[in-house]
Each structure stands twice: as C-alpha cells, then as structure tokens.
Design a protein around this ligand. Structure first.
Ligand code: FDA
Length: 392
C-alpha cells in the first residue's frame, strides 16, 4: 500500500497531525497496535479529559531545551482547540487554574477527532502493530500487521512509557535511535512519590488523609495544590506536579499551611486557648490524624500555655518547611507522563521534522517536552501534531 503520510500512534498527537495533514489533501494512514484509538484520552481527566489549559506558556513544560516548544505552542493555541470543541458542540467547563474539562465524557473528544479524521479522508487502523521501518529512496517502507506500507513521510506519535497496560511501548525511542537520534533518559513524571523504611512507617496509617492546599517545593520550584497520604507514600496534585522536578536524593519540603503564618497563629491560640492541647489546636488547621501524628513525632502535645514563644515559632517554622524523604516515584504504572525522550536538538522546532532524516517526524509525548498537570500535555500533543501536520 502507498500513502503520502503514515502516522504510527492514534493518540492525541497522531490524530491531530492526521487531521491537519488530511485537511491539506494529503493521503494519510494512522496505525495503532492497540484495540482502540485514543485510549489515554478516554482515561484522562477522570473520564472527562482535561483537554487544554487557558494558561499555557512554554514555562509550563520541562525539556532539556526550554525554548523548543515555543514555536508550536504559539501557532496552535488552546483557543484553536477550543474552537474545534465548540464546533462539535461539546460542552465543557473550567474546573480551576485554567483547566478545561468536558462536562460529559472524554469519549466525545475521541469521537470529535475521529469525525474530523473521517471528514479529512484519513484512514485510522487499530489493532495494527508495526515491526520494521526502512528508509527508501521515495521515503519509508513500514512493515505493519496489514502488510508493507510505503510512505513519503513517517510520523512517530507513539507517546511515552506511562501506563503500559494502555498500549505504551518504547517503539518511538527505538525508531529515533535507528535513525541516529539521541534519546534522553526517560523517567516517570506526574507520579505519586513513595516513602520507605522509617519514613513510610511514620505515615502509612494516614493513608486517605488529604490536605486541600499545601506548597510542595524542590529547589526553587514549588506548586500549591492538594496533597494526599497513600499506603505507599504521598500523592495529590501538588505532589504529582513536584514529582516531575524531583529526583532521588533531592530535598523535598512541604509547606503544610501555605495560606497562614503558622507561628503567629499558634501564639494567638496560646493567648485565647491556654488550656487547649497543641494537637487539638493544630487539628483546627490540619487534618486531625496528621495533627496528632506530627505531635507524636516532633512537637509533643501539652496545653498551649506550656509552650514558650520560641517553641511555638519553631513549630510554626516546621509546619511551613516540613522535610519529607521520598524514596522514589510509583513509576510508569501510574505516572501520567514520561519525562525525557527524543532529544529536541535533532528536531526542527517549527515542524518537528528530523534534522537527520528528511520526511521523518516525532510529535507528542515521545519528544523530550513534558507539561505540568492540568491539560498542558494534551496541548503539547495538539500543538506538535498540528505543526507536523502542516508540512508532512
Ligand atoms: P498517546 O499515548 O496518547 O498515544 C500514543 C499511541 O501510540 C497510543 O494509542 C499507543 O497505543 C500507540 N502506540 C504505542 N506504541 C505503539 C506501537 N509499538 N505500535 C503502534 N502503536 C503504538 N494530559 C492532559 O493534558 N490532561 C489530562 O487530563 C491527562 N490525563 C491523563 C490521565 C492518565 C491516567 C494518563 C496516563 C495521562 C494523562 N494525561 C493527561 C497525559 C496525556 O494523556 C498524554 O500526554 C498524551 O496522551 C500524549 O499524547 P501522544 O499522542 O503523544 O501519546
């Protein structure tokens, strides 16, 4: 079979690239080894797909080259995707912090992309694995489950390694290496952190305890959002966000009460409730079980009048700068994204085309561009897919 463009991977980036290229009149085939297309879209956002973020800026992405994403993001903005969503009359809402979700189901986003593909004359084949890619004089020859496909342009949109049970493979990285590209080390991003040994024992029975707002910090990077204790460690949006910036050995600090001056508040409580025990006072600002555990481990729990001013100031300081020794992340099994990947040095930032092999493109999560939690990763998939789709 001969096509103009073969796209490997019918996820967010691959389908957007296919639509853009199909609308230009290119003959496009998308193949995916999974039994269904867009599986990650379907499971995203708790089934409602956080499809973009109104606050997208290049600073919301991690990459060895922080400038790489700028061009594609500027040329396909959240508003471009919102226009498509509105054209298909999909109801959506802003949850918080610019995060846009479907009112009903992420199925509507997959249906929209498939309808757009059909209108643009794009063929999409699920259950179609790829096992060999060769460069030819005319382009590429790709051995697929449906036979040999000859294509002028080959787009690798195979995503990252997260959630292998959803079809993630390392094929994109293998193809990059086959064509001489550097692949930066990959690791799980937007993942819960694990604790071990005494650090785990201290907190494991707090599993299920949630804090609506903390500030998690690694170095100069910090995120304010919720946090949750799990059986193995800590999770919640603030932890998922900071996990992308954390590496084993890094100093992780949590401000448990970022919206108040804890020292001043404790002094005031000592004045107004001198007989109250510290653990009960803290339980007004923190989940009760956590307040009790912090007292058992560090602060003791005496009537407030028995704490000296300096002691309360020190406790306040600890509440704002709580060190937590993580042992690792929960890994690709639960990570939302994969950090690292195809080195952007080998790609054009305006087209995603290989600088080494003309006609070869890498888009979406397989590339070393990883967004924050909150719709940023889909926006990169749409934007990089669109950038390649304009030229394939
Ligand atoms: P994607 O993974 O979507 O697609 C890759 C495709 O390639 C898959 O269909 C796969 O089957 C196929 N493939 C892989 N190997 C292959 C092979 N060897 N042969 C053929 N096909 C192959 N982001 C966001 O912005 N908002 C959100 O709400 C969420 N929510 C979310 C929840 C969960 C649980 C996860 C795991 C991830 C998210 N994300 C997210 C991240 C987001 O899903 C992700 O960044 C994008 O789907 C990446 O799009 P891609 O098209 O690059 O890869």
């Amino acid at each position: 079979m001969k096509v103009d463009v073969l796209i490997i991977g019918a996820g967010a980036a691959g389908l957007m690239c296919a639509i853009t290229a199909g609308q230009r009149g290119r003959d496009v085939l998308v193949v995916d080894h999974a039994n269904k297309v867009g599986k990650k879209i379907l499971m995203s956002g708790g089934g409602r797909c956080n499809f973009t973020n109104l606050g997208v800026t290049p600073g919301c992405y991690l990459s060895a080259n922080p400038h790489f994403a700028k061009s594609a993001l500027a040329r396909y903005t959240p508003w471009d995707f919102i226009a498509m969503v509105e054209k298909h009359r999909i109801a959506y809402h802003e949850k918080e912090l610019g995060q846009l979700f479907c009112d009903e189901s992420s199925k509507l986003i997959v249906r929209m992309l498939m309808d757009e593909c059909a209108q643009a004359g794009v063929r999409v084949e699920a259950n179609c694995g790829v096992d060999r890619v060769r460069k030819t004089d005319e382009g590429f020859s790709v051995h697929t489950a449906r036979g040999e496909v000859h294509a002028q342009s080959l787009v690798v949109a195979t995503g990252g390694l997260s959630i292998p049970s959803m079809g993630a493979t390392g094929l994109g990285y293998e193809l990059a290496r086959q064509f001489g590209h550097n692949v930066l080390p990959t690791r799980a991003g937007l993942a819960p952190l694990t604790l071990s040994g005494k650090h785990q024992e201290r907190y494991e029975d707090l599993a299920g305890v949630a804090l609506p707002m903390v500030e998690a910090r690694v170095g100069k990077r910090s995120f304010r959002a919720g946090m949750l204790f799990t059986h193995r460690g800590i999770s919640g949006p603030a932890i998922l966000q900071i996990s992308s910036y954390w590496q084993p050995g890094d100093d992780l600090r949590i401000d448990l009460l970022p919206d108040m001056d804890a020292g001043a508040w404790l002094q005031a409580q000592r004045g107004s409730r001198p007989a109250a025990e510290l653990k009960n006072v803290l339980a007004d600002a923190l989940p009760r079980r956590l307040a009790q555990r912090l007292c058992e481990l560090w602060f003791d729990s005496r009537p407030m009048r028995q704490y000296r001013e300096a002691e309360l100031a020190a406790i306040g300081g600890q509440l704002h700068d709580w060190p937590i020794v993580a042992s690792g992340t929960e890994g690709y099994r639960t990570a939302e994204v994969t950090l690292g990947g195809v080195d952007t040095d080998g790609l054009s930032s305006s087209t995603m085309q290989s600088k080494l092999t003309p006609g070869l493109f890498f888009i979406g999560e397989v590339v070393d561009v990883t967004g924050w939690l909150g719709g940023y990763n889909f926006q990169w998939a749409w934007a990089s897919g669109h950038a390649a789709g304009e030229v394939v």
